[in-house]
Write a protein that binds this ligand. Structure first.
Ligand code: TK8
Length: 337
């Protein structure tokens, strides 16, 4: 029997080096792109990811975070990550739907009643299946972060009733379900990348937009909007993505270190976003937004108007996954009664 040393010597230098001299292995410097500012929930969680990756790899993995829309937001970040200009990125799931139709599940209006439901579905078997669907697009889906429940803002009138949507020029994400949703409500919906939104609202190219409270605050959309409606009409997730070929070629120990950083960043990001969401409403009022609630009756009228949106979601998601998600939610609700 050859000794372990002899075996290693018969291997190509690069492979043998990897198992015997891992401490001398070169530093890994993956680029991690995110769209929002450094002082945002994305920026803070990206820094947590970096810290944990460094620690979990014994100082070998040194993530370079590139925020502030340097690589654009969402669709542009996805393309950069798939092409390998970036190794890692964070994007809304909604803007991935043209590539990964199954993610349209998450665009269903009023799907989740609260964040506990979102966590259970996204971190469970349904979320696992959704993440796996990214692979044919050259992406590995690592974990879901929280953007949050979306709320409406407008510069022309408060939105309190179904009728208030009529003719409203609203910006939506680059997502077919969002477009369908607001068109059905009578609005004139048009998609736009997030990094162009503040300016477009300032130029009055749109009357309205919708985003989670923490994001309306940190992206300073209150500067260019006047009314806020707490509609929570859909939950928005972000997903941490990696270039799949790079991810799969990583030495297993590095992949493990990065996977633990991804989970740590997820847990940090959700807690951070939730804490800031609780505070954001006060700050947005202070910043001058006029706040309306959506009454239960109006929420029901809106939700009823949107029943047909499922006709656009079902074929994209496929019945088995849709049924599985609904069954999990039903069981969660039953167990809480
Ligand atoms: C940030 C986006 C944004 C999303 C949107 O890159 O586009 O409205 O809510 O937060 O993912």
């Amino acid at each position: 029997m050859p000794t372990r040393r002899q075996l290693l010597h018969s291997l190509p230098a690069s492979l043998a080096g990897f198992s015997t001299f891992s401490r001398a292995a070169p530093e890994l410097r993956p680029r991690f792109g995110y769209g929002l500012g450094e002082d945002s929930n994305q920026g803070r969680a990206a820094r947590v990811f970096t810290e944990v990756a460094l620690r979990a790899s014994g100082g070998r993995i040194n993530v370079e975070v590139i925020g502030n829309t340097v690589h654009g937001t969402d669709a542009k970040l996805q393309a950069a990550t798939a092409e390998g200009t970036l190794e890692l990125g964070v994007t809304s799931t909604a803007t991935l739907v043209e590539w990964v139709p199954e993610l349209a599940l998450l665009d269903a209006p009023f799907l989740f009643a609260n964040t506990a439901e979102a966590d259970a579905v996204l971190d469970g078997p349904v979320g696992d299946q959704l993440r796996a669907k990214l692979r044919p697009r050259g992406l590995a889906g690592l974990v879901f972060w929280e953007n949050g429940f979306r709320n409406l803002t407008s510069s022309v009138r408060p939105i309190r009733r179904l009728e208030d949507f009529e003719g409203l020029r609203i910006r939506v994400m680059q997502n077919p379900i969002a477009l369908e949703t607001f068109d059905r409500l009578g609005a004139q919906a048009r998609p736009l990348a997030f990094d162009k939104l503040h300016e477009a609202l300032r130029n009055r190219e749109f009357d309205a937009q919708e985003n989670p409270l923490a994001n309306i605050l940190q992206s300073r959309l209150y500067e260019v909007q006047k009314y806020l409606t707490l509609s929570r009409h859909v939950y928005s997730a972000w997903i941490l993505i990696a270039n799949a070929r790079w991810w799969e070629a990583l030495p297993p120990a590095d992949r493990t270190a990065l996977a633990s950083a991804a989970i740590a960043s997820r847990d940090y990001e959700r807690a951070d976003t939730r804490a800031r969401t609780a505070q954001a409403l006060k700050d947005l009022k202070k910043a001058g937004l006029e706040v309306s609630e959506l009454s239960l009756a109006e929420a029901n009228r809106i939700s009823n108007r949107l029943n047909r949106v499922y006709g656009h979601i079902g074929p994209r998601v496929g019945l088995p996954l849709l049924v599985q998600a609904q069954a999990q939610l039903a069981a969660l609700r039953e167990s809480r009664r």
